[in-house]
Design a protein. Structure first.
Length: 307
């Protein structure tokens, strides 16, 4: 009897360890999958950031950044004409509320993402930074401003200038991290699923182990949601002072929307599994409980004993 009890205890310990490690790997696998298959996919990335063209904070940040550059260039070409600035800024702010701006925003983000992704997937060593040619986007902006009859709009240069988006010294590290994320996104979920199945199969108390797996998955989802919230706070806190923080926050929220959905899905599925296991264990315990004994019935006295 003691040997059997010891074997059950060992099986439960092995099952608990396997399930604990699996629950730890689940949020890490979701995070790696989001980075490798979400951020690194141009189509998904563009679909995530395209609605930001309607965000007032993003429009304001773009208008400020583009307006400063355009005004600086126009003032240089018009011998410091001070009247150019207000016209240019008003026109650019108006441009950010048009369909042409949404087209330019999508095209610019697609161009930048394609350039970065090509650098990450390219095996040939590169000694320079990752650059992107935004001349087609600038051409769309100038065409729209000319249609709005903005003064000096035809003087906005549309030169094929290579704009750096990733520094040369960061390319090698990002490329290595991208490959690591690709491997982690594949093997972490598979390892987590294998450990969870092994843990439940090995454990003597399978229902209890499955309940623990559900609770662990729910806890992993909750921790992942907290990590996304903490990452937003830390990301905005580390930005330079000249970066428009409301716009950066909107971009962060758009890119992590799928990650937040996955975290709440883990929380819901894990809690549902744990609750189902708890309810079935209560029902099984109720069936195994013996029925209470029937109360004794009084035996009638013989007829001859009556007086």
């Amino acid at each position: 009897m003691g040997s059997w009890s010891g074997t059950r205890r060992v099986r439960d310990v092995i099952g608990a360890v396997c399930v604990a490690v699996a629950c730890l790997l689940v949020p890490l696998g979701v995070l790696a999958g989001w980075a490798a298959y979400g951020l690194a996919d141009t189509g998904r990335y563009v679909r995530a950031v395209t609605p930001l063209a309607e965000d007032p904070a993003v429009r304001e940040a773009v208008a400020d950044a583009v307006g400063d550059e355009v005004v600086r260039e126009l003032e240089t070409r018009t011998a410091g004409d001070a009247a150019v600035g207000p016209f240019a800024r008003d026109a650019i702010e108006s441009f950010t509320r048009t369909d042409a701006f949404r087209t330019a925003w999508e095209a610019g983000n697609r161009a930048v993402h394609d350039a970065v992704l090509h650098a990450l997937r390219d095996d040939t060593p590169s000694g320079g930074p990752v650059t992107v040619d935004l001349a087609p986007v600038t051409a769309q902006v100038r065409q729209r401003l000319e249609a709005d009859h903005m003064p000096y709009a035809h003087r906005i240069p549309v030169a094929h200038t290579e704009v750096p988006v990733v520094r040369a010294e960061d390319v090698a590290g990002l490329r290595q991290g991208y490959r690591l994320l690709g491997a982690a996104a594949l093997w972490l979920p598979l390892t987590a699923a294998a450990l969870a199945v092994t843990g439940v199969a090995v454990a003597a108390s399978r229902r209890r182990t499955l309940t623990a797996a559900g609770l662990g998955t729910a806890l992993g989802g909750a921790l992942l949601a907290l990590a996304v919230a903490a990452g937003r706070r830390l990301t905005l806190a580390d930005l330079p002072d000249d970066v428009h923080r409301p716009a950066a926050g909107a971009v962060y929220d758009a890119l992590t929307a799928a990650l937040r959905t996955a975290s709440w899905l883990l929380l819901a599925v894990g809690a549902a599994v744990a609750l189902a296991c708890w309810l079935t264990s209560r029902r099984a315990l109720r069936r195994r409980r013996p029925a209470p004994p029937a109360p004794p019935t009084a035996t009638p006295a013989p007829a001859g004993a009556r007086t």
